[in-house]
Design a protein around this ligand. Structure first.
Ligand SMILES: NC(=O)c1ccc[n+]([C@@H]2O[C@H](COP(=O)([O-])OP(=O)(O)OC[C@H]3O[C@@H](n4cnc5c(N)ncnc54)[C@H](OP(=O)(O)O)[C@@H]3O)[C@@H](O)[C@H]2O)c1
Length: 363
């Protein structure tokens, strides 16, 4: 029998043998994965040559004019970059961004990489409804139509709750409300598209609406903020789809897209050290994809033919086994009463006559 002292020795022995077994197995596995990734050219940051060529092949696609919110970083930048460079650089990209400096830098970077000269920016800080109003005016003054809109800009990690100058939770306002207002005000331009206007919503599953505390004054967490905005976006997508299907001959489609693998975006630079370290380990094991890969997966949604886009309208899709597949949705997303409730609350919060008139027209 082990005495107290003896037991300590036994325990240390076990610990040592556990560590040995762990090192014995994990080191070769890590080396094997590393070598395999190199040998197979599974390069993370750069696309393989075959993938790059594929994305740059001239396909039979129409010239599209696409507005991307949050195109200065992450998934938005990935989509903007691939769209700008593909199909013989025929597409026009407008990037809605909050910083003139970052916006101009992105135009310069994308023009050099993609050789596409038709890239421009619209300034708009989505934490300010006044900025959204100005951006809507600017877009209308410069463009007669739009073929695509990527509702993507979003805040992720935040250390504490702050309030926007409009008195809202920033996740609610940036990730949902400002883009609700933007979308409604750009519908007329999307309706004028000859290729079938389309709105692609960047979404994830789950989440709930905190009807009694939407601005999360009582109980705040950044995760709840992100998820609440996501449900709201999904409900908005379905409502627009239903409204437009009632309009005879309508060509505009509304699609929710969820990326199936986490994308290595600017969020990594914002999260705390511990989370960043974990992410780096997971990246080594292939848990992330690059923004370019994300752009390659998503770009067909913006360039595919109108009939294909309309087939996906009102649905939530992801990319699995090299094809777009439909995903199941929570009941609340299709609940008409809840959609109405959210629609009314959102219009009240926008406090904008023009937006209210557009909403009225579509009711
Ligand atoms: N990463 C993923 O795996 C993943 C998966 C599913 C869904 N999403 C969603 O995808 C969206 C984009 O996330 P991401 O991971 O690509 O993050 P990201 O790299 O941080 O990019 C976010 C983009 O939104 C812009 N943005 C943030 N606040 C803004 C504001 N107030 N006004 C205007 N633009 C603003 C950012 O502009 P700046 O460059 O000026 O910061 C940036 O361009 C988010 O809604 C996120 O929840 C991400």
């Amino acid at each position: 029998m082990c005495g107290n002292k003896h037991w300590m020795v036994c325990r240390d022995g076990w610990r040592r043998s556990y560590s040995c077994v762990f090192i014995y197995f994990s080191v070769p596995i890590i080396i094997y994965i590393g070598v395999k990734r190199k040998v197979l050219h599974i390069s993370f940051d750069v696309l393989s040559e075959a993938e790059y060529n594929l994305s740059y092949q001239l396909k039979e696609v129409a010239k599209m004019k696409v507005l991307v919110t949050g195109g200065t970083n992450g998934m938005g930048k990935g989509v903007a970059k691939i769209l700008a460079g593909s199909d013989n650089q025929i597409h026009e990209i407008i990037i809605l961004c909050r910083s003139k400096e970052r916006g101009e830098a992105i135009i310069k970077e994308l023009k050099v990489i993609t050789k596409n000269k038709k890239i421009s920016i619209v300034l708009c800080d989505l934490t300010k409804l006044s900025d959204v109003r100005n951006a809507i005016k600017e877009i209308h003054s410069q463009h007669e139509f739009l073929d695509g809109l990527f509702i993507n800009a979003g805040l992720g990690y935040a250390a504490k709750r702050v309030e926007t100058e409009d008195g809202m939770d920033p996740h609610f306002q940036v990730n949902y409300l400002s883009q609700f207002m933007l979308t409604l005000n750009l519908l007329d331009l999307l309706e004028k598209s000859e290729n079938g206007g389309r709105v692609i919503f960047n979404v994830t599953e789950g989440g709930e609406i905190f009807w009694d505390d939407m601005q999360m004054k009582k109980k705040w967490s950044y995760e709840n903020g992100i998820h609440q905005a996501m449900v709201a976006k999904r409900m908005f997508c379905v409502r627009l789809h239903n409204l437009y299907r009632k309009i005879k001959g309508s060509k505009v489609s509304f699609i929710g897209f969820q990326i199936s693998k986490t994308v290595w975006t600017n969020q990594i630079n914002i999260i705390p050290f511990f989370m960043k370290t974990m992410a780096k380990v997971m990246k080594f094991f292939g848990a992330f994809i690059s923004i370019e890969k994300c752009g390659m997966i998503m770009s067909p949604l913006f360039t595919e033919k109108q009939e294909e886009s309309l087939k996906k309208s009102g649905k939530f899709i992801t990319w699995k086994k090299k094809k777009f597949t439909e995903m199941k949705q929570d009941k609340i997303v299709f609940d008409k009463e809840m959609q109405d409730k959210l629609w009314k609350i959102s219009l009240d919060l926008c406090k904008d006559e023009k937006t209210a008139q557009i909403a009225e027209k579509h009711l």
